[in-house]
Design a protein around this ligand. Structure first.
Ligand code: SF4
Length: 285
């Protein structure tokens, strides 16, 4: 029952800022000044949305209405949505309009014990919009889930975090140097956020993207597994196997894609990595 309302999660959106191809790739990698600005608190603030998807079964429990928001500080080498990096590449959508769309599906989402997932990009870039939409969705009886790298977790207050039912937290490496090589950003804010969620006893699903030659080193996986095992309320670990679905987007945006020759992890490697997490008593998917 997957239905696309604005575009699919893999559809390329570059038109709002004009021809991205004509801009220098270096400029595209930079964080644009306006991207980090927060919307003013208010009743009907505007969010920036790449696409909506209804009926996902992989972005939290039950059936999910997933909104992919634009804006991200990270520049992951394997990002399959580089068109979400800049907030103003997204479609402006007011909270009231987003809620009209979500409300249409509230009944079926509730019956499946599902709800709303805000993903991206990095939804933490749009905290006021996220919290307004989440609070109004909870009033409809929907489960709420934030899919995040945790990079901007410090912007969220404890009461806000208590209002989010589940975090899908990406830990892209357990080693600071490797994390920075993968994302161009430091690891510490993600770890600080993970520990904060743990202290608050907020449910988490930890996600780890397995990329041969980049994140698969035994020691690197050990570090991520140790971090996950040290957190309370980790309900599961999901190993996301690297794929090449983003390759074409990098080319269309004129960006230098460094993983063009990397194959998805083979079953043997995937099983080794799953075993490293399982050996700590974690539930692994
Ligand atoms: S955090 Fe997600 S959206 Fe941001 S660069 Fe990494 S993979 Fe892409």
């Amino acid at each position: 029952m997957s239905q696309t309302l604005v575009g699919s999660r893999y559809e390329l959106h570059v038109a709002r800022e004009g021809a991205a191809e004509s801009r220098a790739a270096r400029d595209y990698f930079a964080v644009h000044a306006g991207d980090a600005e927060e919307a003013q608190e208010g009743e009907d603030i505007t969010g920036y949305v790449h696409s909506f998807e209804v009926g996902s079964t992989v972005d939290g429990p039950g059936l999910r209405f997933v909104a992919f928001l634009t804006g991200c500080l990270l520049r992951c080498q394997y990002c399959h949505n580089p068109d979400t990096w800049h907030k103003y590449n997204g479609h402006p959508v007011r909270v009231s309009r987003a809620m009209k769309q979500i409300a249409k599906y509230a009944q079926v989402l509730k019956v499946s014990k599902g709800g709303l997932t805000l993903s991206g990009g990095e939804p933490q870039m749009q905290r006021p919009f996220v919290m307004h939409v989440f609070r109004r969705s909870k009033a409809l009886g929907l489960h709420t889930c934030l899919d995040t790298s945790g990079r901007l977790g410090e912007k969220f207050t404890d009461p806000e975090l208590m209002d989010i039912d589940l975090h899908l937290l990406d830990i892209k490496s357990g080693d600071p140097a490797t994390y920075e090589r993968i994302t161009r950003q430091p690891l510490k804010p993600t770890l600080d956020f993970a520990r904060r969620l743990s202290v608050l006893k907020r449910p988490m699903w930890i996600r780890f993207v397995l990329v041969p030659g980049l994140s698969d080193a035994h020691d690197n996986v050990e570090k991520v597994a140790d971090i996950a095992a040290g957190l309370k309320c980790v309900e599961r670990v999901e190993i996301l196997r690297f794929h090449q679905m983003g390759k074409e987007k990098w080319a269309k945006l004129g960006l230098d894609y460094t993983l063009g020759n990397v194959e998805p992890p083979d079953p043997e490697l995937t099983e080794r990595v799953r075993g490293q997490f399982r050996s700590r008593g974690l539930t692994v998917y």
